[in-house]
Design a protein around this ligand. Structure first.
Ligand code: GAP
Length: 544
């Protein structure tokens, strides 16, 4: 993962947001190559949903919505995670993400301090220290602040005392004046009540709403509160009637949207995987009552095939049937598609059967009918919804992880062994589709033809031109950013092919045939010839 993060920065895929100010946790910026990769991904999702199907229409809702939407949707009351706080460091964690630990727990009832020491929480006076303590002869005073520390198996017991001392110091007591009051110690198995980083006791979980609050207009009172949307979905439910009327679709039909969503995640982590600002690609697929479960399975298959088409093999995706207790509050059944990230098998996309939960909630709260009139049965009903909801940033990360490879190869010119870093993106996803190179920079005939090819390709797809450094180095740089094709204008372009061959397009190339170039393939590093005139059609066929 570290290598991928480093490559992302070095070659301009992803930067930390606000980097020069120390960054902002949970926010990321996409650089010149990252934005191309992300755009290719979104474009392909958009095309798959809205262009290649007749039953889905596109939509682009606002990020800010009337706060009543979030009340009715259930997000104000229920969109939360359990939060715990380390009693020593005050760092916050999601309670359900604490790794269970086994070991010995040391329970301290508090500390004993000289009678003269006042409670630091009730006085502004600094605690007494140094020689002052000898001025008073009264019995030591017991300060009852219970605290516990878990020492994992195999670690020295003394660490419990060290952590406990740090805890009481953090509460304002002077270390040299205190003695710990150990109450008892006992073994525990699989406890999630202690911080895995230091063993300190965690607070009781409390409910933490994940929505990012904001104010609309100049007066910052409760009536001005709304939220940055935590999912793009709600605007599609709220506008269901309008979209249905204008598109004149019949059930089953879907509304697709790509857009930003915001969640005040307790612990953003694993690079872009869990961010506070991220993008979703969401489809709300409205179906007849009772047909939700069937459509849930249909969409599972559709989505698995889609990931395959962007270069994430079926074998790397795990389908999790989310257990009842873990499902979102709106769901009657959910599949999570999980990818084998280097940091573990984690969710890429959730496919949920939301029933008629959302339409019903909004119909009731707004008082506006959101029912569908079925021409065939002449009845009105609320549609059910199946929702495949994918994360753009997580899929970009999966593409980077899936594509990243290091290989020992022979340098194509010197024959020396070296390490090649390559991003094996599918041509469809690759930020740059091809790089055009003149073999030598100082040969005007080669440069002129290469520039000509580059200019011809530029309006059709994302290509680059490079003439500095040896050709081997230029190939390596292109490999590292995942460019699938190299097009090199060389002396055979001018003088004619040295030997007969079959071009990349399958047509024969005769000895002496001019106007051909070297086509180099990123993954196999194989080189073949192709006629200049055939390049545009060849490349387009690889990315459509
Ligand atoms: N409308 C349904 C919904 O929002 P979700 O499972 O909470 O469902 C859908 O989110 C997808 O959005 C996830 O599978 C994930 O890819 C992406 N996502 C959710 N939270 C994210 C976060 N904090 N950072 C990055 N992506 C996130």
């Amino acid at each position: 993962m570290e290598k991928i993060v480093a490559l992302c920065k070095r070659r301009g895929f992803i930067f930390q947001s606000s980097e020069i100010y120390g960054g902002l946790n949970g926010a990321w910026d996409y650089g010149p190559l990252g934005v191309e990769l992300k755009r290719n991904l979104k474009d392909y999702w958009w095309k798959s949903m809205t262009q290649l199907r007749d039953d889905i229409v596109g939509f682009d809702g606002s990020i800010l919505m009337n706060a009543a939407v979030w009340k009715a949707s259930g997000h104000v009351d229920t969109f939360s995670d359990p939060l715990v706080e380390c009693m020593l460091t005050k760092k916050r964690y999601r309670a359900d993400q604490i790794e269970p630990q086994s070991g010995t727990v040391y329970y301290f009832s508090g500390i004993s301090v000289p009678a003269s020491v006042s409670d630091p929480s009730t006085t502004n006076m600094p605690p007494l220290g140094g020689a002052d303590i000898f001025k008073f002869s009264a019995e030591p005073k017991k300060i009852e602040i219970p605290f516990a520390v878990l020492v994992p198996k195999g670690k020295p017991d003394a660490s419990a005392h060290k952590i406990a001392r740090q805890f009481y110091v953090s509460r304002g007591y002077v270390e040299s004046q205190m003695s710990l009051d150990l109450e008892k110690s006992e073994p525990v198995e699989n406890s999630t009540a202690f911080n895995p980083e230091n063993g300190a006791q965690l607070s009781e979980p409390r409910v933490f709403n994940l929505m990012l609050k904001t104010y609309i207009g100049p007066v910052q009172d409760e009536s001005a509160v709304t939220y940055l949307r935590p999912e793009t979905a709600q605007a599609m439910f709220v506008q269901f009637k309008n979209v249905l009327d204008v598109s004149q679709k019949k059930l089953p039909f879907g509304i697709a949207q790509i857009g930003k969503a915001f969640r005040n995640e307790i612990n953003p982590r694993n690079f872009t995987f869990r961010s506070r600002e991220f993008e979703q690609m969401e489809l709300e697929f409205f179906v007849k009552p009772g047909t939700g479960p069937e459509w849930l399975n249909t969409w599972l298959e559709e989505r698995l095939a889609w990931y395959e088409a962007i270069g994430i093999p079926r074998a790397k995706i795990h389908v999790l049937t989310v257990p009842d207790k873990d499902r979102a509050f709106y769901s009657q059944g959910t599949y999570d598609l999980e990818y084998e990230f280097p940091f573990g098998i984690q969710e890429l996309e959730g496919i949920a059967h939301r029933g008629n939960y959302d339409l019903k909630q909004h119909q009731e709260a707004s008082g506006k009918p959101l029912e569908y009139f079925d021409e065939e049965s002449k009845t009105k009903y609320l549609a059910e919804v199946v929702e495949p909801s994918a994360g753009v940033d997580r899929t970009v990360l999966a593409l980077l992880c899936e594509g990243y490879a290091e290989e020992t190869v022979k340098d194509e010119e010197s024959g020396k062994e070296e390490t090649r870093v390559v991003l094996r993106f599918s041509p469809r996803m690759a930020p740059i589709k091809a790089s055009v190179f003149p073999l030598l920079k100082n040969k005007p005939e080669l440069v002129a033809i290469a520039k000509d090819i580059y200019k011809t390709l530029q309006p059709l797809l994302k290509v680059t031109y490079a003439d500095t450094a040896a050709i081997g180095r230029r190939y390596r740089r292109a490999d590292e950013i995942g460019t699938p094709f190299g097009i090199t204008v060389d002396f055979e372009t001018l003088e004619g092919a040295k030997e007969a061959s079959t071009s990349a397009t399958g047509t024969p190339i005769a000895v002496g045939q001019k106007d051909t170039v070297t086509l180099r393939h990123r993954d196999s590093m194989k080189q073949e010839r192709i006629a200049i005139a055939d390049i545009p059609a060849y490349l387009l066929s690889k990315i459509s």
